[in-house]
Design a protein around this ligand. Structure first.
Ligand SMILES: *Cc1c(COP(=O)(O)O)cnc(C)c1O
Length: 363
């Protein structure tokens, strides 16, 4: 496809071309029904099959044990920021948040509106974040209603490469790295991820919860905000975001064809180390603020010597169809997102472009 660019967008982000082509092919006439999947009832057998296939793919790709239920909800990660404390943080209780970037801060702010949520540990330094917490810095969480953390801080490019050991139910925002690497689901009581980074389009959120934990949620809140409502209805309590879930099905069946999460993790590792290697060739020009063992394989964040050079880099990149590398507005700099659908070939082209740019700008 000659006119497809190299898409390094942070989210919504690149989708696998085969998943899009499949949607294009099936759009007007889904499975011989003479209408698109967008026009089908969410209660009909055609959509029901897509819905169950998406749930089945999530279960098999992540090896989700029977102890855990998969939910497909709406409202993105932000809805989970609120829904989690609404369900699990009761008066007189405390929730512990581990803060390693802006998304964790946002989650904590929402929880503090609901109840007693506190920053139990943080790596904030000079107003920014350069690393995750080391195992010996993780508070025990003893007595907390739950401990919440963010596996990959998308804005700061900081990613956990270990799972915190705590003495309370463990909840993780995995919006930007779920499905990018294998994961031991049983260690978590609740996992959530907006789909628009690695899983599909915006509009649907994947939630994986331990059934016994979900069942302990509050029942004195509106039904729609209870996990148990959606669990009992297999995520069809009300009209589901059918087209978004259909696309998740396409993306995850593509992922299955790639060899699943273990295979994509090897590719993701290769992509990230290729890019970091190019940056590390000249740390005076490309400054990676994140400490080495906390570097994200999904979002590679770096600075150039001046903002003018950063602007020029983004501008020159665009001319070569290398799109979406401007850093988040809150932190500036450059951010390259390397989600599952970004090919190794795209990263090779970007790495070569960065080398060329450096030798020209900084001879
Ligand atoms: C993108 C992102 C969010 C925000 O997601 P919404 O779906 O827009 O609410 C939250 N947390 C993380 C880690 C993210 O990457």
């Amino acid at each position: 496809m000659a006119n497809r660019v190299h898409n390094f967008n942070p989210g919504p982000a690149a989708l696998p071309l085969p998943a899009l082509l499949r949607a294009q092919e099936e759009l007007l006439d889904f499975a011989g029904t003479g209408m698109s999947i967008l026009e089908h009832s969410h209660r009909g057998k055609e959509y029901e099959a897509v819905h169950q296939e998406a749930l089945g793919l999530i279960r098999s790709l992540l090896a989700v044990p029977e102890s855990h239920q998969i939910l497909l909800l709406q409202g993105g990660a932000h809805h989970q920021f609120a829904m989690i404390p609404m369900n699990f943080l009761r008066p007189g209780q405390r929730a512990d948040y581990l803060i390693t970037g802006s998304w964790g801060e946002r989650a904590l702010e929402e929880a503090q509106i609901v109840g007693h949520a506190r920053e139990a540990a943080s790596t904030r330094q000079d107003g920014t974040f350069r690393r995750t917490l080391r195992p010996n810095e993780i508070p025990s969480g003893e007595g907390a209603a739950y401990v919440h953390y963010t596996t990959n801080e998308t804005i700061h490019g900081v990613q956990f490469h270990h799972t915190p050991e705590v003495k309370a139910p463990l909840i993780a925002d995995m919006s930007s790295d779920l499905f990018s690497r294998p994961l031991e689901v049983a260690r978590f009581d609740l996992i959530y991820a907006g789909a628009q980074k690695n899983i599909g389009p915006s509009g649907v959120t994947v939630v994986i919860g331990r059934k016994s934990f979900l069942d302990g949620g509050r029942t004195d809140i509106p039904k729609y905000f209870r996990y148990t409502t959606h669990a009992a209805a297999e995520s069809l309590y009300n009209t589901a975001p059918t087209f978004a879930i259909y696309l998740v099905r396409n993306v995850l069946s593509w992922l299955e064809e790639q060899g699943g999460v273990a295979a994509i993790a090897r590719q993701n590792e290769e992509k990230a180390s290729l890019l970091y290697r190019a940056l590390d060739e000249d740390p005076d020009f490309f400054r990676v603020p994140v400490e080495r063992d906390s570097r994200s394989r999904m979002n590679v964040v770096f600075r150039l010597p001046t903002e003018a050079l950063e602007d020029r880099l983004v501008h020159e990149a665009k001319k070569r169809s290398l799109m979406g590398i401007k850093g988040h507005r809150s932190v500036g700099g450059i951010r390259v997102s390397l989600y599952n659908a970004v090919s190794l070939a795209s990263v090779e082209i970007l790495a070569q472009f960065l080398r060329d740019f450096r030798t020209q700008a900084w001879p």
